[in-house]
Design a protein around this ligand. Structure first.
Ligand code: NAD
Length: 495
C-alpha cells in the first residue's frame, strides 16, 4: 500500500521543495533510502508565519461558526480514515514501527480530529457572576499563529494531538516534524490542505516545515508572529526551547521525556503483570515517552517474577514492522540503535547483570536494519545513570523493593514524572500508591491505554501543561474578560 513518499514542504499554503539542505529518510528495517526531503530555511519559516497570521485573520476563518469549523475537522478525520492503510505503511516505513501499532496510531489521529470537533461544538464561554451595574463574561480567542514541534516516535498521532485543537481554536499552525521522520507529517499535511481547499478556507492556515531543530524549530520559536509553541520531545530540547520562549514571554506546552516506574505488588496477578510489563516497555521497541522502563518488584516475588519475565522476553519476536508476527520492530535509525547499545555498555560498566538481550540480533534477516534485542538488566543501584536517564529503547532495569515506603521512595527517585504502572489485586494499596507517585498518568492493572478525553502530560522534568481532553482546545486560546455596563446610574466621576 506504500505510494511514492511525499518530498515537498508546505510553505504558506504552497507545496514546494524547501530551500535548505537535503536529508534522506531511511527505512530502518533495511537501511534503504525512502525519500529525500529538503529542509526549509529560516526565511521560509518567516514567510509561513507571515502568511499564517494573514490567513488566521481572514473573516472566512476568524468568524467561522463552531459547527462549520467542526465540519472541516470531521472532513480531515474522514480523509485520514480513507487513507489509513497508506499512512500506516508510510509511518512503518519511516519509523520502523510495527504495522499493528501504526494502524492504531492512524486510527487515533482520526479519532482525535473527531473528538476535537465534538468538543469544539460543545465548548462554552462563561457568563461570570455579575453585579447590578454590569454583566461580566469570560471568552476565549485564538492566539493567531502557533508552532507545533514534534519528535520522531509517533508522528501521526502527535501531529493530530496538536493540529486538531490548534485549528479548532481558530489558529494557523506551523508544524515541524522531526528530521528522521518527516514523511507522515507531510502526507497528513496533504490531507489537511485538501480539506481546507474543499471548505474554501485559506491554504496558509497550515505549513509543514521539515528541517533541523536548531534552524527550523528555532526560527519557529523566535518568530515574532508565533504566539505559542506546543512541543513534544526530549527534556534538554524542551528546556532550551522554554529559554528562547522566555525572551518573548511566549507560552509553551512541553511534553518531555520519562523513566517511568512499573510496579508489581506481592499480590499481583502474575500472568497479567508479566504481559503488561513486557508490553509497557518493549512495544514500540521502547521508543515511547511513557515506556515503563524501571521495574520494581516486591523482594519476596523478585527472583520468580524476574526469572519468568526473562524467559518470556527471550521469546519476543524481533523483526520488520511490516511482518504481522513482529513484536519488537527495529529502532528508528542506526544512530539511535548505537545510542541504546552505548547505554547497555554503560550499564555493564556500572555493574549491571544483563539477564537477556544486550546485543544486536544476528542473521541475514537483520542485515542493514537498526535492530536491538529486548534487554533486561538488574543488579544496579537506583542512582546509576542507567536507572536515571531515558534510554528510549528496548531496555528494562529491574529493582527489588522491601515495603511500601521503600517502593514510593525509589519510584519517585527520578527527575521525571510522566507515567507509572501498578499491578495488584489490592485496590486500597493501588489507591495509596497511585496518589503518592509523582507522575502525570498512573495505570492500574493496565498500561499504555489512552483515551483522547483524558488529559495527558508530565510532572517534574517530564513537562509543562496538558494535551487532550475537553480543555485541550483552551491551550491554544487566550482568555479575555468583558465587562458590559447595564446601569443608567451615573458613573463615579460623571459631572
Ligand atoms: P528532540 O528533543 O531531539 O526533538 C524533538 C523535536 O524538536 C524535533 O522536531 C527536533 O528537530 C526539534 N528541535 C531540536 N532542537 C530544537 C531547538 N533548539 N528549537 C526548536 N526545536 C528543536 O526529541 P526526539 O529525539 O525527536 O524524540 C525523543 C524524545 O521525545 C524523548 O525524550 C521522548 O521521551 C520525548 N517524547 C515525549 C512525549 C510526551 O508526550 N511526553 C511523547 C513522545 C516523545
Amino acid at each position: 500500500m506504500l505510494r511514492t513518499p511525499p518530498d515537498e514542504a508546505l510553505v504558506a499554503g504552497r507545496w514546494r521543495r524547501g530551500g535548505g539542505a537535503p536529508a534522506q529518510s531511511l527505512d530502518p528495517a533495511t537501511g534503504s533510502p525512502l525519500a529525500t526531503v529538503h529542509a526549509v530555511t529560516a526565511e521560509e519559516v518567516a514567510e509561513a508565519a507571515r502568511a499564517g497570521a494573514e490567513a488566521a485573520a481572514e473573516p472566512v476563518w476568524r468568524d467561522l461558526l463552531p459547527h462549520l469549523r467542526a465540519r472541516f475537522l470531521h472532513r480531515v478525520a474522514t480523509l485520514i480514515d480513507d487513507d489509513a492503510e497508506h499512512l500506516a505503511a508510510l509511518q512503518t516505513a519511516d519509523t520502523g514501527k510495527a504495522l499493528t501499532e501504526t494502524r492504531a496510531l492512524v486510527a487515533s489521529a482520526a479519532g482525535t480530529f473527531r473528538y476535537t470537533a465534538a468538543a469544539l461544538e460543545t465548548a462554552e464561554d462563561a457568563l461570570t457572576p455579575s453585579r447590578g451595574a454590569y454583566v461580566t463574561m469570560s471568552v476565549h480567542e485564538p492566539i493567531g499563529v502557533v508552532g507545533a514541534i514534534n519528535p520522531w516516535n509517533s508522528p501521526v498521532a502527535s501531529d493530530a494531538q496538536k493540529l486538531a485543537p490548534a485549528l479548532a481554536a481558530g489558529n494557523a499552525v506551523l508544524l515541524k516534524p522531526a528530521e528522521w521522520t518527516p514523511l507522515v507529517s507531510l502526507a497528513l499535511g496533504r490531507l489537511i490542505s485538501t480539506a481546507l481547499a474543499e471548505h474554501g478556507l485559506p491554504p496558509a492556515l497550515l505549513s509543514v516545515l521539515p528541517g533541523p531543530g536548531r534552524i527550523v524549530g528555532d526560527a519557529i520559536v523566535r518568530d515574532p508572529r508565533v504566539g505559542k509553541v506546543a512541543f513534544t520531545g526530549g527534556t534538554a530540547t524542551g528546556r532550551a526551547l522554554a529559554r528562547a520562549a522566555a525572551d518573548k514571554l511566549m507560552p509553551v506546552s512541553l511534553e518531555l521525556g520519562g523513566k517511568s516506574p512499573t510496579i508489581v505488588l506481592p499480590d499481583a496477578d502474575v500472568e497479567q503483570a508479566l504481559a503488561g510489563v513486557m508490553f509497557g516497555v518493549f512495544s514500540s521497541s521502547g521508543q515511547s515517552c511513557i515506556a515503563g522502563s524501571r521495574l520494581f518488584v516486591a523482594r519476596t516475588l523478585y527472583d520468580d517474577f524476574v526469572g519468568s519475565l526473562v524467559e518470556r522476553v527471550r521469546k519476543l519476536r524481533v523483526g520488520p514492522g511490516t511482518s504481522p508476527d513482529t513484536q519488537v520492530a527495529p529502532l528508528v535509525h542506526p544512530a539511535h540503535r548505537d545510542s541504546v547499545a552505548a547505554y547497555v555498555d554503560l550499564a555493564r560498566q556500572e555493574g549491571a547483570r544483563v539477564l537477556c538481550g544486550g546485543a544486536v540480533p544476528e542473521g541475514p534477516a537483520y542485515d542493514g536494519g537498526a535492530y536491538y534485542l529486548p534487554t533486561v538488566l538488574d543488579g544496579l543501584p537506583g542512582d546509576a545513570r542507567t536507572c536515571q536517564e531515558e534510554i528510549f529503547g528496548p531496555v528494562l532495569v529491574a529493582l527489588p523493593y522491601d515495603d511500601e515506603e521503600d517502593l514510593v521512595r525509589q519510584a519517585n527517585n527520578s527527575v521525571y514524572g510522566l507515567a507509572c504502572g501498578i499491578w495488584t489485586r489490592d485496590h486500597r494499596a493501588a489507591w495509596r500508591i497511585a496518589r503518592r507517585i509523582e507522575a502525570g498518568t498512573v495505570w492500574i492493572n493496565t498500561y499504555k491505554q489512552f483515551s483522547i478525553s483524558t488529559p495527558f502530560g508530565g510532572m517534574k522534568e517530564s513537562g509543562l501543561g496538558r494535551e487532550k481532553g475537553r480543555d485541550g482546545i483552551r491551550a491554544y486560546q487566550r482568555q479575555k474578560s468583558l465587562y458590559w455596563g447595564t446601569s443608567t446610574a451615573p458613573l463615579p466621576w460623571a459631572g
